[in-house]
Design a protein around this ligand. Structure first.
Ligand code: PMP
Length: 419
């Protein structure tokens, strides 16, 4: 094959659905925050596999563990069996992630994808409450299959799945794509009023930062109020931490700094630390209602993903990882000021290691696309999100070297200036 020749893919595209038009090169290798094309051209990665590579590509400590496990003929599939890989992962998850945060959750292996975790969460909430209703937020993204699509806001995505609407009520996110709105006040009035035509639902499902929706962080106070109101009305609170989790917001979970304890939490994407598929639903012990056989699946809990995830959890015990994460977040915070100084029409939101550069009031999606292309031509991969793809999503690896982070942010700033 000719190097970085995408023509073979163009031919294949007549037969296979593909969506890689934004980045028309062929990638071959990756390390840390850098992707390399097949002719050796480096790109800084501010996309991170949609948040599934928070620890960077081929992290040495995680890779070592995987190689050793394979070399030892470690068990590759162990459904319904006690295995060493499963034991070690659950031990580390509890010791390093859950216990230090005061979270006394049970763990349900839900399958390879985030969507699997969301489906399990919705199913469990309905089983536990005996109710079918759900409340979700405009701009939310929770997945593309039946139940998860019912709580996903995007009209385009819903139409593709012919979602009839289900028993789901959507309310505006706190300060989301529709602007400021007292959604919790609305929810509460409807739930309390016997003539509102609505009942308190089984659960409210929410992201601590709406990521696909355009990087809208929920404030600490808002999440606390949501927790308080759901508790008072006997409604379960599901935090979808699939994209915000594993350090993206600066803490392991995005909801952490609000101090709330959700009833159910979904985790996936970066959990394995290596891009290997793995998802979990965590829930309060009282919700441990399913009997054996009531929530099954052949590929729940991949052994190699457990091995990788164990090593990834251990990074949270390492001072250099934690200080690097903090420095990265500080650097992103400084970029907000740089972008505002460059163009006061841009709105830059974010938390920890994610920023959304919102062009809605400064050129919109067309400008965002030009900026994205300009950045790509100069060696930076950045994706777009939001209702109209008007928000540039800055999502570097948590482990990115300061110099590369500066380079990437510099390319983005230049691209914003030139477009
Ligand atoms: N929830 C959130 C918040 C997500 O960002 C995503 C993926 N973008 C999902 C659920 C679905 O995860 P998956 O694509 O692994 O099914």
């Amino acid at each position: 094959l000719a190097t970085t020749d995408t023509s073979v893919f163009e031919k294949i595209e007549s037969e296979v659905r593909m969506y890689c038009r934004t980045f028309p090169v062929v990638f071959e290798r990756a390390k840390g925050a850098l992707l390399h094309t097949d002719d050796g051209r480096p790109f800084i990665d501010f996309f991170c596999g949609a948040g599934s590579l928070n620890y960077g590509h081929n992290h040495d400590a995680v890779k070592r563990r995987i190689i050793d496990y394979l070399a030892d003929d470690g068990l590759m599939h162990g459904l319904d069996m006690h295995t060493v890989a499963k034991r070690d992962f659950l031990t580390r998850l509890t010791e390093v992630v859950l216990q230090p945060r005061g979270l006394d959750f049970k763990v349900q292996f839900t399958g390879p994808t985030g969507t699997d975790a969301v489906e399990a969460a919705l199913k469990l909430a309905r089983r536990a409450t005996g109710r079918t209703g759900l409340t979700a937020f405009t701009g939310a993204y929770h997945g593309m299959s039946r139940g998860s699509l019912e709580v996903t806001g995007s009209r385009r995505a819903r139409r593709a799945g012919t979602v009839a609407g289900g028993d789901v009520t959507f309310v505006p996110f706190e300060d989301g794509p529709l602007g400021p709105f007292d959604s919790i006040g609305l929810i509460e009035r409807l739930w309390a009023d016997p003539s509102s035509g609505t009942e308190p639902p089984a659960a409210v499902v929410v992201e601590s930062v709406q990521m696909e929706g355009g990087v809208y962080p929920a404030s600490r106070e808002w999440l606390r109020r949501l927790r308080e109101v759901t508790e008072r009305h006997g409604v379960l609170l599901i935090l979808d931490e699939i994209q915000t989790g594993c350090g993206r917001t600066g803490a392991f979970f995005g909801f952490e700094e609000s101090g709330i304890v959700p009833d159910i939490v979904t985790v996936s994407k970066s959990l394995s630390g290596y891009g290997l598929p793995l998802s979990l639903t965590l829930f309060r012990r009282e919700l441990d209602l399913w009997q054996p056989g009531e929530h099954t699946g052949t590929f729940r809990g991949n052994q190699l993903a457990f091995v990788a995830a164990t090593a990834a959890c251990e990074l949270w015990q390492q001072d250099d990882f934690l200080s690097g994460l903090q420095q990265g977040a500080e650097r992103l915070a400084r970029f907000r000021a740089d972008a505002a100084a460059l163009d006061p029409g841009l709105v830059v939101r974010g938390r920890g290691m994610v920023l959304g550069v919102d062009t809605a009031g400064a050129g919109g999606a067309e400008r965002a696309e030009r900026v994205q292309r300009h950045a790509f031509e100069r060696g930076l991969i950045v994706e777009r999100c939001g209702r109209y793809d008007e928000v540039l999503k800055v999502m570097p690896p948590l482990t990115i070297e300061p110099g590369l982070l500066d380079d990437g942010l510099g390319i983005l700033l230049d691209a914003l200036q030139a477009n």
